[in-house]
Write a protein that binds this ligand. Structure first.
Ligand code: NAD
Length: 255
């Protein structure tokens, strides 16, 4: 069944956001996306991918404008808060600027995008927020404390908003992926590594299912779970975190 409703996807120029925008538009959602970067060329081939806006999600004014423009395409029923940045650094190397960049992108933007979209959801009597958190939102990591703090807080924001909005029939869930291939974040990590192949293998080995299958998680696997969370099958699902990390957050030590 074609939803024929508007879904907004942030950070859709690459990686998980791109796979999600492509999948949702293919399913019949009217997709409005945004990013700091230009849209992927596939936007021109997908009829329902209506518009891609150059937006800095750290700006509350940009977010308000994004949602106002999205509403011109039809009733907004979904917001995928996906834009995010990583920051690998020891605590002694974290500047105030780093803290603001990571927390403003990964947490503040999610709150304010949600804050601006909720009136539209309330008008329709339903809506769904899906936040792309991380495996680092379930288990803190030693090498990127600011990122872990932002994603753990995002898991908390998800539960808090789920409770605040459930009487309005608005569902709020998050997805916590482990290392996802073909994304800007993982490509940058590998490019910075002394031995990219060994680093990629260490990401795989850290997750039991990834090790068993000899591969990282794919962006399409995350997108498919976004689609599930937006579907009727998830009509009673709210406040949850879906770990797509091949069992990494079970705390199984790598071999
Ligand atoms: P990505 O770098 O391919 O995509 C992130 C997108 O967000 C980029 O296109 C980037 O330009 C955009 N973005 C960053 N800051 C922005 C801003 N201020 N305003 C607008 N857009 C902005 O990486 P990805 O892995 O696809 O990241 C998507 C989400 O998945 C992020 O929230 C990330 O934390 C999360 N995540 C990724 C992984 C992974 O292994 N790649 C694992 C767990 C969680």
């Amino acid at each position: 069944m074609k939803p024929n409703r508007v879904a907004i996807v942030t950070g859709a120029a690459s990686g998980i956001g791109l796979a999600t925008a492509q999948l949702l538009a293919g399913e019949g959602w009217l997709v409005v996306s945004c990013d700091l970067q230009q849209a992927h060329e596939s936007i021109h081939e997908i009829e329902n991918w209506k518009e891609h806006l150059l937006v800095d999600v750290r700006s509350v004014e940009h977010l308000a404008k994004l949602i106002e423009i999205a509403a011109t395409y039809g009733p907004i029923e979904a917001l995928i808060n996906n834009a995010g940045v990583n920051h690998v650094a020891d605590i002694t190397e974290v500047s105030e600027e780093d803290w603001d960049r990571v927390l403003d992108t990964n947490l503040k933007a999610v709150f304010f995008a949600s804050r601006y979209v909720v009136p539209y959801f309330r008008k329709q009597g339903k809506g769904s927020l899906v936040n792309i958190a991380s495996n680092a939102g379930l288990l803190p990591r030693a090498h990127d404390p600011v990122y872990s703090i932002s994603k753990m807080s995002l898991v908390g924001l998800t539960k808090s908003l789920a409770l605040c909005l459930s009487r309005d029939n608005i569902r709020v869930n998050c997805i916590c992926p482990g290392p996802v291939s073909e994304t800007g974040i993982i490509n940058a990590d590998l490019a910075a590594a002394a031995d990219p192949e060994a680093t990629a293998q260490s990401f795989i080995n850290a997750s039991p299912l990834a090790a068993a299958q000899g591969r990282m998680i794919h962006p399409k696997e995350v997108a498919a779970n976004v689609s599930f969370l937006l579907s009727e099958a998830a009509a009673m699902v709210t406040g949850t975190s879906i770990a797509i990390d091949g069992g990494k957050s079970l705390g199984v030590p790598p071999k």
